[in-house]
Ligand binder design. Structure first.
Ligand code: SF4
Length: 324
């Protein structure tokens, strides 16, 4: 078989979707070259491989947990290592991860550890958040945040936008390329999908407060392009005080998590977006909290039919919000 160059969004979800397609076609790891694509988009929200409805290959939950963390490590070889491990789990030994001496398992564990240890970072935003402040003061303070290293390379802090008395708050993951340049959330290609979906369900954006879990764009430079990188757990934690302060100031009736990162930040690490989306639950931030796809997931459908399906899921969930 000839070597297959696979282009994918460099996130766990992007890799997962590509890996699933390769497994379906029976392409062995030695025949794959992983090429990260540039896009200002956020992580895709392809179905969890463990979700019964996804028709996906079943792998141990522990692999998914390790793989998610390994995907956030800075090592460029991580995608290949992930696929090798996945291939072996499916084709050689379902209990492979129990063999702590296996070189492949050790490499995967080392990658996951890199992520959890993280790079040297700031002290988090907590000390910079003015207690009890309103949105305007928070926005001003966040503009000079140095709570983690992400401010060093991004253009500016992209704080939330919308009225202080918004009934509905929507939270995404982090600003993308266009958002970073313009200083506003959801104004790039994903923002166009977002606006279309809002219009389809009759929600007026001017009445919503829209923000992200992380306020600086995290990316990797590839030539002239800036490739989105998923924020690490420690970056999410560093930035969390800003989101908490926004929610405390607004006290929304409805909180909508757009995408897996925001959903896990609010509902916990076990949240599976394709399985658990579209249901209201009470959280400490809002009496009605719900998660749906990130609009950028729609842009990464494999074909127009899948894009349409993903878009419909997003619209279905937002319709629940519009009618609540
Ligand atoms: S990502 Fe958040 S915590 Fe990190 S520097 Fe930006 S605003 Fe501060």
């Amino acid at each position: 078989m000839s070597v297959r160059a696979v282009e994918f969004e460099p996130t766990f979800e992007g890799w997962q979707a590509a890996a699933r397609a390769l497994l379906r076609e029976g392409v062995p790891p030695a025949d794959v070259r992983w090429r990260e694509t540039a896009s200002g988009a956020q992580p895709s929200l392809i179905a969890d491989a463990t979700a019964p409805s996804s028709g996906a290959v079943r792998v141990p939950r522990r692999f998914l947990d390790l793989a998610r963390r390994a995907a956030a490590a800075p090592d460029p070889a991580r995608w290949q290592i992930l696929y090798e491990t996945l291939w072996r789990l499916v084709h050689e030994n379902h209990d492979l991860l129990n063999d702590a001496r296996d070189p492949g398992v050790r490499r995967l564990s080392a990658l996951a550890k890199q992520e959890s240890e993280g790079e040297p970072e700031g002290e988090g935003a907590a000390r910079l958040v003015p207690a009890g402040a309103g949105l305007a003061e928070l926005r001003g303070a966040a503009a000079s945040c140095t709570g983690c290293d992400l401010y060093r390379h991004a253009t500016q802090t992209v704080f939330g936008r919308g009225p202080a008395d918004a009934r509905i708050v929507l939270v995404g993951e982090q600003p993308g390329d266009q958002e970073d340049l313009k200083g506003a959330p959801f104004v790039g290609p994903a923002g166009e999908v977002f606006d279309r979906a809002l219009a389809d369900v009759g929600l007026e954006r001017e009445r919503l407060y829209v923000t992200n879990a992380v306020k600086h764009f995290k990316f990797e430079e590839r030539g002239k392009r800036r490739i989105h990188q998923t924020p690490r757990a420690n970056e999410l934690a560093a930035c969390r005080p800003w989101l908490d302060a926004e929610l405390a100031a607004i006290k929304p009736e409805i909180l909508v998590c757009l995408g897996a990162t925001a959903a896990r930040a609010i509902f916990g690490a076990g949240f599976r977006i394709m399985k658990d989306r579209g249901r209201f639950a009470a959280t400490r931030w809002a009496p009605r909290t719900i998660a749906t796809l990130h609009p950028s997931a729609v842009l990464r459908g494999e074909d127009p039919a899948q894009e349409a399906k993903l878009y419909q899921m997003l619209v279905e969930d937002l319709r629940l919000v519009a009618t609540a």
